[in-house]
Design a protein around this ligand. Structure first.
Ligand code: ADP
Ligand code: MG
Length: 314
């Protein structure tokens, strides 16, 4: 039997004995947390994009540069961190100056927006692969982890879900989309907006957070597992864009919102009494429960049957 992605990490990489007392949080969250001064924590994450796995072969170089950084900043956003520095390890099949120029334009446009500096990296020849390591800072002990959700907390997601998965179906020409929505969903696929300022606002009020990279069910599942809790989610509350609602059946829209990857929205939990402090676009989709299982319900409180899966590389 082959091991799944998370089993491999558990069985091999989590086996190193703890050597350092300045590691506040190691493997298992959106990013790691280290103690670097009495007042600040360093937050670190890395993510790789591989051609034909994370993006289609014909994807514009600008979009590849943009997204390679966006997915990393999204993990920092999920921790409530303010991004600071990145390193870039780039594997290229050949030198194409136009491609490199466009790639850097996409990368630097997003970096500029969040005041992030490229400070190093590596360059090798091989199949197109982009790895970015991103660093950020939070005030001491204020990073938002996956393990703090409590029974009765409310569960929220930012903006809308399922758009990137719809964009992928469209980019692969597996679905037709009206001209009014095509630009929007391709942008949602190729240029995800890391929710940095929302993550910063959630410091001190959210009890747990994760970014939705592999699908809501899978990523909310990480919060539930780490926090030893369960959840009741009302699928009729899932925020769906007009583009998604009008392009596929309601059932398919829910499936994409629940299991589709690449949205890079935040899913977070918050005590009821603090939810009035949320002053940005987000939607309450359910509640944390003490019983360790995920219940999906429709508005009539009937169980909602969903194919439960998220993207796993192995
Ligand atoms: P995310 O989707 O938020 O980027 P992943 O699901 O990729 O997170 O990874 C889950 C956790 O496992 C993260 O904390 C990540 O740092 C860690 N991880 C993944 N691969 C490895 C590895 N090869 N060695 C050590 N830790 C790893
Ligand atoms: Mg993540």
């Amino acid at each position: 039997m082959t091991l799944h992605e998370f089993d491999i990490i558990e069985k091999f990489f989590k086996q190193q004995p703890v050597l350092r007392s300045d590691v506040i949080l190691g493997i298992g969250d959106d990013a790691a947390i280290a103690q670097i001064s009495p007042s600040q924590n360093l937050i670190m994450t890395t993510d790789t994009l591989v051609e034909s796995v994370h993006f289609l072969k014909n994807t514009a170089a600008f979009d590849i540069g943009f997204k390679a950084l966006a997915v990393n900043l999204s993990d920092l956003a999920a921790m409530g961190a303010t991004p600071t520095w990145i390193t870039l390890a780039l594997t290229l099949p050949e030198v194409n100056e136009n491609w490199l120029k466009e790639f850097c334009r996409g990368l630097f446009e997003l970096a500029q927006r969040y005041n992030v500096q490229l400070i190093g990296g590596d360059l090798t020849r091989g199949p197109l692969t982009i790895t970015i390591q991103a660093h950020g800072l939070t005030p001491q002990q204020q990073a938002i982890r996956r393990d703090g959700a409590q029974a009765d907390d409310l569960i929220y997601v930012t903006h809308t879900l399922g758009d990137a998965a719809l964009g992928l179906l469209y980019a692969k020409q597996q679905i037709s989309i009206g001209a009014t929505f095509a630009d929007f969903i391709l942008k949602r696929l190729h240029r995800p907006e890391p929710r940095i300022s929302l993550g910063e606002k959630l410091r001190g009020i959210a009890t747990a957070a994760v970014d939705i990279s592999d699908g809501l069910i899978s990523d909310l599942g990480h919060i539930l597992k780490k926090s030893s809790v369960g959840a009741r989610v009302n699928v009729d509350k899932l925020p769906l864009s007009p583009a998604l609602r009008e392009s596929v059946s309601y059932e398919q829209a829910l499936e994409l919102a629940l299991s589709g990857g690449d949205d890079y929205e935040l899913c977070f939990t918050i005590p009821k009494k603090k939810s009035a402090m949320l002053d940005f676009d987000c939607t309450c989709i359910g509640m944390i429960t003490a019983e360790k299982k995920l219940d999906l319900q429709a508005a009539n409180e009937k169980p909602y049957p969903a194919k439960i899966n998220g993207y796993q590389h192995f």
